[in-house]
Ligand binder design. Sequence first.
Ligand SMILES: Cc1cc2nc3c(=O)[nH]c(=O)nc-3n(C[C@H](O)[C@H](O)[C@H](O)COP(=O)(O)OP(=O)(O)OC[C@H]3O[C@@H](n4cnc5c(N)ncnc54)[C@H](O)[C@@H]3O)c2cc1C
Length: 448
Amino acid sequence: MPKFRVAIVGAGLTGVFFAIALEKYAPDVEFEIYEGASRLSEIGAGIALQARPWTMMQATGLDKELLKIAGNGERPALAVLYRKSDQAEGFQFSEQIDNSFTFARAEVQKAFLGRLHASDRVHVGKRFVSYHQPADGAGPIELRFEDGTTATCDILVGSDGVRSAVRASMYSHLAQAAEAQGKQQEADELRHHAHPVFSGWSIYRTVIHKSGETAVHPAFNRPTFVFYCGRDTHIVTYPISQGRALNVAAVIKLPNLEGKFYTGPSSSVASRDEYTDRFKGWESDVTEVVKHMDNTTKWAVNVVTKLPTYVDGHAALLGDAAHGMTPHQGAGAGQGFEDGFLLAQFLGRPDVNTDTLHIALQVYDEIRRPLAQKVVALSHLSGQLHSLEDPDVLEDDGSERALTPEELRRLGDKIEQVKEWRRVTSLLDENEVSMRRLAEAIGAARTS
Ligand SMILES: Cc1cc2nc3c(=O)[nH]c(=O)nc-3n(C[C@H](O)[C@H](O)[C@H](O)COP(=O)(O)OP(=O)(O)OC[C@H]3O[C@@H](n4cnc5c(N)ncnc54)[C@H](O)[C@@H]3O)c2cc1C
């Protein structure tokens, strides 16, 4: 008899990582994964994992498989070059060190799925629509799927991405509860959180497999991250697949659409005309990279609004469903892994049982939400800085102006400061504090 039955909605990177963490930290917890797509595949190009996510890969034993497919082999210390590139002669204004491993996302997804012992627990073609939860956690949660079927669980975890149907269902329940108490304004605000909003950024992503000209041209062969920056536009490159390929993301801002509801597809096949003009007149490395961008996918980056909770009774949000953010810190998946790492360890504790589950989920929310929302804000700021926008350097009338080389160097220092949390914080130390916090919360509930 399992301690809990968990339903995980969404088999993206964070949902599958959570399942792997459950297998390690909560072996008496049973799970089923419900994936809406008819088969498991990962679109997208590259992904970078810094020290904090890497700690979790080591703790769960995934590091060995991942090292075999890292873009930089076994060396995490990659240089990151920042250049002002929207001119014929580029200008490097900062060089930093980033302890990141870089990967092709599809290869990471394959490694995760290969590691999942209970792979028969992944059910594809199961598009979640809504859930029903009895009041006060009295009885199982019922999940409803688009194909008319249902399933039950003790704990529902929504890892179904930025357009999460679990979040939509959760915020509809929370709004109804507020309405029932006559709190109409609160209900309206809660309904607003059901859907993501457009970040203002579109990203054109591809992978260039090196051969012929690209095997020898320096722009394709630097063992570094390179940020080629210009106003409202930048392009990022880094090596993946043990250096055999280059990940490319051309990042373009459409400021007028920021904060609006976006009804188009999250990703679509892009034509060259959509992005090549933005790089006309840029330094030659950029025009060379853009020339070789084929099979490009456009990502309209939607973000989750600042949620007041990740938890409703025994239902919880995890990954992009909870905090889908801009990619400027390369931290979205890492934050989702942190959610799953913590939640799995909470569920595996002997003092977390049917009576104390609600406390564990509340503490999960209290710890993870402020941390993830801070990273969302830092990522937003990084996007501004990568666009060569320095909020501290404005004309007297408040308008922006081109930065001098010295101001650009200072901007480079700011970019480094905004990423500092990734270097100076320790996930394992924080984990210990989190475990103590849960033990105290359970202890306090027992004595009250
Ligand atoms: C350009 C770009 C670069 C990035 N680079 C980095 C990086 O370097 N490092 C980093 O850490 N992060 C990065 N990120 C962020 C990272 O990609 C995301 O945070 C991460 O992939 C989110 O994973 P997820 O599993 O939460 O969501 P998703 O990957 O969106 O997975 C959600 C899953 O749920 C399924 N699903 C959706 N709806 C339903 C439903 N109704 N029922 C059942 N299943 C459903 C989907 O099919 C999918 O399989 C980047 C993002 C972008 C756009």
